[in-house]
Design a binder for this molecule. Structure first.
Ligand SMILES: *Cc1c(COP(=O)(O)O)cnc(C)c1O
Length: 384
């Protein structure tokens, strides 16, 4: 089976793990945690990076630091992995789901801006926080959000779990990477992400006080000094030295991984261009990371589930994209702006095998399988 996304462990992972075992530092105290944080902050371009137990934990803490709690409103992309919304729900804040825009599949930030302006004009409640998700490796169009931040003091938290290494190439944010545009950025090192620590996350921020508070919260809000004195309800969200050792080795290979993802994307774009597909987004103002190369099936006569099943029998693992949050049981009744584009992306979307070490031969097998099932079912329908 050619898997959808599996980790590439070809660097110093084993050596660093052995160092942990030899030194006895396997838990949350140990030199690799700081090394991982420093290395990560350097590649992303943020002042601080705080390692934690998962991407979801990173989001939970970041949202709390941005002021999310009962009675507050957080705007979230409707089309995203459910962890983005769960982290908001943990804080007790209300969600406002925002539809996607067709060009990048990300939150339609102009739609949100216009809605906030309208609500403010009518004296209706507006979001206190925007949690913006850079889905599948493509940066969000941030300019409308920066306007909202400046006009209405809305805090921005970035869920950059899927887009490490992606950046903006034009406008106010030109040259910056995702995770550095908001007050706080969040990343994941789950096994299927661009780099992994076997599970883990990172919070990035340029704000010294927030960085200190994040460290405090992930360590049970334990006060400095001897004894068990805690000033608030914290969390056990620390990352282990073992996980950080793997993460440190992975950061060393980040540039190489990004190059591999670009090569995979270019080959898919070339091989699939004649099929009835919308290829993975690439806006002219963005440098995507192509974390998980995904396409939309343009032919309404082709059932994505059928394509996934047929590819499986060829030994190729495809996966459908996420149902929008407004279709997930916990979030069916929450407030939302639109949702039709998110529905359409879900209805037509499929992700393709995208492991950084995917061989050219395996990739040819993927594109041949797609051509057989998407090309032929179309031929079938056309002649019917
Ligand atoms: C993976 C992911 C997360 C959660 O990360 P974990 O490390 O699995 O907790 C959050 N948001 C998005 C968009 C993700 O893809």
């Amino acid at each position: 089976m050619i898997p959808l996304a599996e980790p590439t462990l070809s660097g110093n992972e084993g050596r660093y793990l052995q160092e942990c075992i030899d030194s006895g530092y396997v838990s949350s105290v140990g030199p690799f945690v700081e090394r991982f944080e420093r290395g990560f902050a350097a590649v992303v371009g943020s002042r601080h990076a705080i390692a934690c137990a998962s991407g979801t934990a990173a989001l939970h803490v970041a949202l709390r630091l941005a002021g999310a709690h009962v009675g507050r409103m957080v705007a979230v992309s409707d089309f995203t992995f459910i962890a983005s919304a769960n982290a908001v729900a943990y804080t007790g804040a209300d969600l406002l789901l925002v539809d996607s825009e067709p060009r990048t599949w990300n939150m339609n930030t102009e739609l949100l801006r216009d809605e906030v302006v309208r609500r403010a004009h009518h004296g209706r409640p507006i979001p206190d926080i925007i949690e913006v998700v850079h889905v599948l490796g493509h940066p969000v169009d941030m300019e409308p959000l920066l306007e909202l931040r400046d006009s209405y003091w809305i805090e921005i938290v970035e869920d950059a779990a899927e887009s490490l290494g992606a950046s903006w190439t034009a406008g106010e944010l030109a040259g910056s990477q995702v995770g550095t545009a908001g007050k706080l950025g969040c990343f994941s090192f789950n096994g299927n992400k661009l780099i992994t620590s076997g599970g883990g996350g990172m919070i990035t921020t340029d704000d010294d006080a927030m960085a200190a508070e994040a460290r405090h919260l992930i360590n049970q809000a334990k006060m400095a000094g001897p004894g068990y004195i805690h000033d608030t309800v914290g969390y056990n969200y620390r990352l282990s030295n073992l996980a950080a050792a793997i993460g440190t080795a992975q950061v060393e290979c980040l540039a190489e991984r990004l190059r591999a993802k670009w090569a995979i994307a270019a080959r898919y774009a070339e091989a699939l261009r004649w099929l009835p597909l919308t290829l993975a987004p690439h806006a002219e103002w963005a440098h995507p990371s192509y974390w998980l190369y995904s396409v939309l099936i343009d032919d309404a006569g082709i059932d994505p589930d059928g394509v996934v099943e047929a590819a499986r029998s060829d030994g190729v693992q495809l996966r459908r994209l996420w149902p929008p949050l407004h279709r997930q049981r916990p979030y069916r009744r929450v407030d939302r702006i639109g949702g039709e584009i998110a529905d359409d992306i879900y209805r037509r979307g499929v992700s393709l095998p995208s492991s950084a070490h995917l061989s050219e031969g395996d990739q040819k097998a993927v594109t041949a399988s797609l051509a057989a099932h998407i090309g032929s079912s179309r031929g079938h329908r056309d002649t019917a």
